[in-house]
Structures are given as C-alpha cells and as structure tokens.
Design a protein. Structure first.
Ligand code: GLY
Length: 344
C-alpha cells in the first residue's frame, strides 16, 4: 500500500473541513541523548483499523516528520472517516445520543503528554490532546472545558452524529425495555456495540517514540463515562528509553491495571514486546471482578494491546485468539496475527 500526494492533500482538505486551522507549534525541547552506537529502524504499529494510517505515519517518519505528528496524522484518517463507528465523526453516541470523544498522546523525546475526555463536537480529539500538550501547562482537559479550549485553538464544531449512528442508537434505545413506549423493530438486525478505538505507536530510526489513542468510547455509555483512551498510562504510554504501548477494547479493565504503563515497564525489565503484552494481559485477568468472568474463569470481554520497543521490535496481543493488528515497516503496511492468552 502506498500513500500518494493526493492522499495527503485529501487529508488536509478533510482537516480543513473539520475546522482545524493548523498553527505553528512551539519548538520541542531538546531530544534525549541516544546511547552510543544505537541502531534503530522506523516502525509503526496500530489496532487493525489503523491499516491505512500506519502507512501514512510511516511515510511521514521517513520524510523526517516528528513521530507524534506522524501517528496523529495516521489516526486522523479514522477520526474523519464516518464509516468507523468507534472514533471521531460517526462514532456511536452515549445513551442520550451525544457523541463524546476521548484521546491522549505522548511524545517520547520531550517527555510530554496531552489528553481530552468527553469532548463534544470536534472530530479530531487527538489533535486537541496534542494542543493541550503543546499550549498548556496541563495534561488533561475534560467536558465543556475541553470544548472551550478546542474552540479557542481554532477547531470548529460540527455535528458528529451521522445518520447511520443515529439510527443505530435509536434501535438500541427502542429495544432497551419491552414495556416502554418505543416500538421495537421487528427485524433481526444486530445492535452494534463497540469499545473500538484506534491506538497507534511509532519509533523512528533514531529511536524516538510516540503514541496516541483516540475513541468515541463504549457505545451508548452513561453520559460522562470516560474510558482508558484519554488516561495516560492506560490507553497509551511511551518512554523514549524503552518503547510505547497502547490499547483498544474494554477500557474499564485497562484503567484498573494501568496496562500500557505496565507493558512499557515489562519491556524496561527486558521482556520482548510480545511477552510484555502477554504478561500485561495476565494481570488484566487477575484483576477481573467475578461478575465479568465466565464459568471457566476467563473474562467475558476482550482487550487488545500493541507495543513497539525502541529498537523496532513490535507485537500485538489479545486475550482471545483471532485478533490482528496493523504494522508498517520496510516491508510495507499489513495486518499481522496477534499473540493471545486463550483460544477463542
Ligand atoms: N478502549 C476504549 C474505551 O473503553 O473507551
């Protein structure tokens, strides 16, 4: 898969349509020194819905762009895609039909992070999270404050509830209670739930690391519910001395284990990315409350992790077999099978 100049131009047009007015960002602090003789290679890993995005991010890294700008450009594709109902424009709404978005990002070379949660009306929360990082002394803004900040930064509001997501929400609402005054549809259409999200992590040839996660969160959530994606250390984490990790899936399970931080810490202790992610998943299982366990003691939900090490090793891992993740390196963009703890 190659990304043409046209793709970049289209993305710029989409960002403009979403109301984002690019500004010159302040210069980053001096990057951390590299160990003598360090030899790395650029790699981008993401959740499977990031297949288009990993190529975009990789090409940008090869062109010399900052790794955080590169992965944010990668996830912007899903944020602006109305057909991805797990994130940004077209994301499935909360129980009142309002799309509330969460995102966080981290920049390894300068040890900075930014996040927004319960953000309404702005399609690209990843860019707002980066603006929090670049322009404020804070790490996280939420709710109306995050919205005010985004508007002050030049992001324009739009209605994020697409017609398809509105109809899915109405079907969900109609079927909630057989005794209410909403008539249930008599079709056998499956009600779609998602804890889908996009996480993307990158390392450059110089060993600089960045990570970003963005989501519309759990479909039909209680208004104000915040998942793992905007929590630094849960939805994503990076440390320029070690690598980066991020997650998609049931955020509540992830928050309790600070899972992305934990995965990076396991890598710091010397584990390869795959083993670090499997150890992290074991911790998730150990921390699962009984009501969420099946009779065989395994979780009723799934959770996916993605990681890169500073030297370019990478992995994806899921609780149950069959998961895939996106990767792009010198062999091009592709989906690879994730490691797993349990057969499906
Ligand atoms: N991992 C996305 C969420 O739970 O909100």
């Amino acid at each position: 898969m190659s990304v043409s100049r046209r793709d970049f131009v289209e993305r710029a047009a989409l960002l403009a349509a979403a109301g984002f007015v690019p500004r010159p960002f302040p210069p980053a602090a001096a990057p951390a020194p590299r160990p003598a003789g360090f030899r790395g290679r650029p790699v981008v890993v993401a959740s499977a819905n990031g297949l288009r995005g990993v190529q975009v991010a990789y090409d940008r890294i090869l062109a010399g762009e900052d790794p955080l700008d590169a992965v944010i450009a990668g996830v912007n594709i899903q944020e602006l895609d109305p057909d991805d109902q797990s994130v940004g424009l077209g994301g499935l709404p909360n129980e009142e039909g309002v799309v509330q978005l969460d995102a966080s990002c981290m920049h390894g070379p300068t040890k900075r992070a930014g996040a927004v949660a319960s953000l309404e009306g702005i399609a690209t929360p990843s860019l707002v999270a980066k603006a929090v990082m670049d322009y404020t002394d804070h790490v996280m803004l939420v709710g109306p404050g995050a919205g005010k900040f985004a508007r002050a930064m030049g992001f324009k509001e739009q209605n994020l509830l697409t017609e398809k997501s509105r109809q899915d929400w109405m079907r969900w609402k109609a079927r909630l209670n057989p005794n209410d005054f909403w008539l249930d549809h008599d079709d056998d259409l499956k009600i779609k739930f998602t804890t889908g999200t996009i996480n993307m992590n990158a390392v450059t040839a110089a060993g600089d690391v960045a990570s970003v996660t963005t989501t519309s969160g759990m479909a039909y959530k209680i208004p104000g519910r915040i998942g793992d994606s905007p929590i630094v250390g849960a939805g994503q984490y990076c440390d320029n001395l070690v690598g980066a990790a991020g997650s998609t899936g049931r955020g509540e399970a992830n928050i309790k284990t600070c899972a992305s931080f934990l995965a990076v810490e396991f890598m710091r202790q010397g584990l390869a990315p795959r083993d670090a992610l499997l150890r992290t998943l074991e911790r998730v299982v150990a921390m699962t409350e009984p009501r969420l366990l099946r009779p065989d003691g395994r979780p009723k939900f799934d959770l996916e992790f993605y990681a890169i090490a500073k030297d370019g090793r990478y992995a994806g891992a899921t609780l149950y077999a069959g998961g895939r993740f996106a990767v792009c390196d010198e062999r091009g963009a592709r989906l690879e099978e994730a490691a797993h703890l349990f057969p499906r």
